[in-house]
Every structure is written in C-alpha cells, then in structure tokens.
Ligand binder design. Structure first.
Ligand code: AMP
Length: 302
C-alpha cells in the first residue's frame, strides 16, 4: 500500500568527529523516502529551490518513489548545519534556514489523495496538517516526527496537528521536551492525552522503544564499531518502520514489532557513512541479514 510523506528535502552541512561535509543532500523526507522505498511505494511531498539540480534529484530515481509532489520554486533549498559531539548521541544545530519552505503551500497531487499510510516527517506542523487534511479518507495509520525547533517555535500548531496522529515517532530528548516528563513511560501517558495512541522513542545508540496499549517493546541499536554520521538516522528509522507497516498492510502488535526492527536496521545503515550515501548503495538482502542479526543478538532462553 502506498505511503505518503511530507517533510524537508534539504542540503546539510555536517561535522562529526569522523569528518566534515559542507553541502550534502539531506532532509527528513529524503532519508525517509529512500529508506521506506525498500518496503513499499512512496509518494513524496516537499519543495526544493533552483539550487536542487536534476542530478541531485537522481537520489529518488530508480526507486519506488513518486516525485510528482516535489515542487520546484525560485530560491534556495532548506538548509541545515549541525555538529556532533564526541559521543555522536548529542548534536548542536548551527543553522536552520527554511528558505523555500517558508512560503510553501503544499498541493497534493490527485493520485496521492487516497494514501492509506501517512508520515508527517519533520517540518512545520501547519504544513504537516495541511497535507493530512488533503487526504480524502482517514488513513489507516498517521505517524508524525518533529524536533526541538518546532516544539519551541510552534507549540500550539504542533498540539493541533498531534490531535490527528496515531503514532508519534520522536527521539528521547524531544519526548521529554514535549511532555515535560523525564521518565519515558510517564512521558508516553502524557503524550497519549495529546492524540497519539502509540509512541516510538528513538534513543540513538541505546535503541528504540515502542509504548502502546499492549505495553512496551524495546529493540537494541545494532552495534557498530565505526559509526560516522548519525544525521538522518531517525528519519531512516521512521522510513523502515512505516515502510514495513505499509508494505505489510497491517499494524497489529506483531507487525509493529517487526517494523521496530526494520526501522532499527535502516537507521543503523544510515550512520555508517556521511549523509544518505550508505542508504543509496543498500541492497535488500543486506536489510534482511541485519534484521536476522538483531533477532539473534536479542534472543535468550529462560
Ligand atoms: P535526523 O538526524 O533524523 O533528526 O534528521 C536530520 C535531517 O533533518 C537533516 O537532513 C536536516 O536537513 C533535517 N532537519 C533539521 N532540522 C530540521 C527542521 N527544523 N525541520 C525540518 N527538517 C530539519
């Protein structure tokens, strides 16, 4: 089943203890779409400036990604610059330039309007809501990601958008910031009152946790000896997670658990190289092999 995503398509400048890139394709929707396209067909909604060349767009080609909804405008692409500290789990945002996203008024192509799975990737909450409202029938699953930038600047808009969301997929510090609760289980209870009925907390090198009516399910991060750049790992996690659910066409407890593993797998590949490079070279059989590996490393007998 097809999966609709709206979010940033960007250029990033990244510094980590392992190197530096001054301008590399990024954006939440970019990582999400590439990761999800290994599992299902993706309808992409976003906007790029005239600095985004036909060559840059090739990142979406040859995959199950429909770019009819990727608008081109005069001006510059969204730009983000960030620096990671030694432990790679913490990062500092140096610049966020909305550029063409500042005046974006998304218009959903007709063929996207009956998408059954919707992912509102990181971007202004009013844009996320505008896209969701253009979908004709209530989708089977609506999931959302956001970050401190929007939690701090547009809290009322975010709260309004969250009312229409089933699964919130965010990182641990944002979970705490949004809920004002340090403990993640208490944070989940608080977030359930805002609209979502499930919470997925991305915890970087500590793995990911799902909290919903069935309880708690945790997946460890895939242990890597040489992580290079965590940028986009959260979006690729969401791509694997939602891509799996849309591909399977169900979201019962067993499907959600498998989706958590495929999310973890896609995030782990992303951090192996700078930007989306490793994701673009990925082979489906590598995904399955890593999922089996996670199964092995987390199994035990009592
Ligand atoms: P992640 O590492 O998964 O949190 O996502 C990193 C990506 O998010 C980068 O490629 C950025 O271009 C994009 N990004 C950073 N800040 C924002 C923001 N405020 N809104 C939307 N996208 C952003």
């Amino acid at each position: 089943m097809s999966l609709l995503v709206v979010g940033s398509v960007a250029f990033d400048a990244i510094e980590s203890p392992y190197g530096k890139e001054d301008r590399i394709i990024g954006g939440a929707a970019t990582y999400f779409a590439v990761a999800a396209s290994f599992f299902t067909h993706v309808n992409l909604v976003g906007i790029v400036g005239d600095d985004f060349t036909r060559d840059d767009e090739k990142i979406f080609h040859g995959r199950k990604i429909d770019t009819t909804g990727l608008e081109r405008a005069n001006g510059k692409c969204f730009f983000w610059a960030g620096r990671y500290l030694q432990n790679l789990n913490e990062r500092v945002t140096i610049t966020t330039e909305l550029n063409v996203f500042a005046d974006f008024n998304p218009k959903l192509p007709e063929k996207y309007k009956d998408s059954k799975y919707v992912f509102l990737a990181n971007i202004a909450p009013n844009l996320q809501r505008s896209v969701l409202h253009q979908v004709k029938k209530r989708p089977k699953v609506v999931a959302l990601d956001t970050m401190n930038y929007w939690i701090e600047r547009t809290p009322a808009d975010l709260k309004e958008t969250l009312k229409h969301v089933d699964i919130l997929v965010i990182n641990d510090s944002e979970t705490r910031q949004l809920s004002n609760e340090h403990n993640l289980l208490r944070a989940a209870k608080h977030i359930f009152k805002m609209g979502p009925s499930a919470l997925v907390v991305k915890r970087g090198e500590y793995g990911a946790m799902l909290v919903d009516k069935n309880g708690v399910f945790c997946v460890p991060a895939f242990p890597l000896e040489e992580p290079h750049d965590p940028t986009g790992a959260g979006d690729a996690f969401a791509g694997g997670f939602m891509g799996y659910l849309a591909g399977a066409g169900k979201h019962n407890d067993a499907a959600l658990r498998r989706a958590m593993v495929y999310g973890t797998v896609m995030g782990s590949f992303t951090v192996e190289e700078f930007g989306p490079r490793r994701l673009t070279r990925l082979k489906p059989k590598e995904i399955y092999a890593r999922a089996r590996h996670i199964l092995k490393l987390s199994q035990f007998k009592l």
